[in-house]
Design a protein around this ligand. Sequence first.
Ligand SMILES: [Zn+2]
Length: 661
Amino acid sequence: MKQKNIHSPALSRITITDSLFNHYVSIVAKKLIPYQWNVLNDCEPETEKSYCIANFRIAAGELQGRHKGMVFSDTDLYKWLETLAYCIERGEALAYVPHADEMIDLLSRAQEPDGYLNTYYSINCPDRKWTNFTEGHELYSAGHLIEAAVAYYKATGKAKLLEIAARFADLICERFAPGGTLENACPGHQEIELALIRLSACTGEKRYADLARHFLEVRGNASEFLKKNLDEQGRDRIFPEFYDYDALYAQSHLPPTEQNTAEGHAVRAMYMYSAMADVARVYGDEDMAESCIRLWRNLTEKRMYITGGIGSSGHLERFTVDYDLPNDRMYCESCASVGLMMFGQRMAALTGEAKYYDVVERALCNTVLAGIAAEGDKYFYVNPLEVWPANCLSGTSMAHVKPLRQPWFACACCPANIARTLASVGQYIYAQDEKSVYINQFISSELITEIRGTTIALKLRSELLQAGKVNIIISEGRNQPVTLRVRIPPYMEDPVFLFNGNPITPLIESGYAVVAVSREEEQNLEIHANVKPYWAAADKNIRADAGKLALMFGPYVYCLEEVDNRENLANVYVSPQAEIVPVANSTGLPGTLPLLCFCGQRLDPGLDSGEPYGKPHFQFTPESFTAIPYGLWCNRAPGEMMVWLKAILTIPLVTESERTR
Ligand SMILES: [Zn+2]
């Protein structure tokens, strides 16, 4: 396997100009950073207390008290710092730099002399450090500290947080690397692995990457380790829902190189697969790469929703079996789709193939956008494809499904994860290697970067859904030829390429249209594509979607909402031949994605009044319906929402084979 050097340009070199994504990227800097700062300080009224910064002050000996909040609440501050770093890199939220530096000083005071840093264990049970790998999240929290530190160092050049993280990483190496007292321990929630790879790349210290690889290798040799470790906790258990814990839950059932199916807790799985793809790339590990490809295929072909959501079981937020994709009671955690984007980006870097970005785009444009309110201050943890608000009752099996976004969660992983993803969305748009610039997403933006010592300036303007075209202008002087590689997604039918106004037929390689640009004057690549909205069906094995249709436009899944289409969407039927008409978006929702209108039918089963069941006298009444992008649902009035609609099919009473018999 030839090692590739595909990487993202610095965020400081990318400006998002797309009306939809610029809205969300700006809102992170202008609203989320201040809002989450208030939440971390417990001064946001009407929001669940986080206790996050108070915990660090107690650990530093500056406040009295016990640790409160989730066992991994330190990561709320780490993810805030990471998100802020991406904003700073883009020149935004600079007023929060002094707050960040103040927090970094606090972290250094809370860090123990040997480098250990975790407020739950330092405050509540210092004698129980490194004893509860299944539930304790110490390595998981360390991973988010490391990610924040690398991001903050890159954004500001300040090394203090990186030094704090490296001291902790050195302690972890000493304990967990082969020869250490904990060399057989397996992290209960993956994250440290991919963080160590980032730390290794940032510092040039190979031992951090070696430890990441060791954490993957020890996993399959320790299938009973986590279960036994949980049993050892006795009555000191942290998560009561782990009563039926199994090795699949944390993907420790087999060595990673022998795993074939996406199993267990979806976020844990995505973080581990991301680290596996990193290790495969860094070490040229063929077995690991093969395993990543198998897992990717199972995940995206048999266990993923049309929205890029993953995790079918509300209980334990996990995968179940192939094709089990219920629409109203799954988990589809926002963090899991963030993790899917991370895995896809790494698979593309590993293989050089564009197709991985098709899925990244699906997850970003649908589940990740749906996870955050247009105003930026409320979030979904669970992302169903069908909601009837009345049955989302607490104390039932539907308790995890919320019909409205929530301001903040006691377990606040999703808001912070969405924020850091949107703040750094440029890393998913562009990549580069020694001679090429890759365009992986059609999000209007500008890039200035250097390749082979030559500056390249590029303007990407995408109107794929609005006008069926993408325009790419390349300028700036260059003395070396540069290759532009543009992902051609499946929804671009028969694309026509114009280079400086002249039709060309570019080579399509690994899913990218490859165009060489070598002259010094401004050059213009236009792609005209027949992108039309269409009705999608699901594989026959996906029982939940049998006989149903979903409305798609490019990468965007559309849905019906009660506010446009009245209640009881379960009685809406549509023909696969129904014409779909895009209309300008007049709802006030961000961006310029069109609404989609179509004619369908509303069913009245015609039962005698008052009877719950009876002989059918079906009556269909024609009705016009309006669908909006799923990523923007629940931003106007609360109510029902539905992605998969029942299809009206003309079914012959006698089959063709019976007729000819
Ligand atoms: Zn989450």
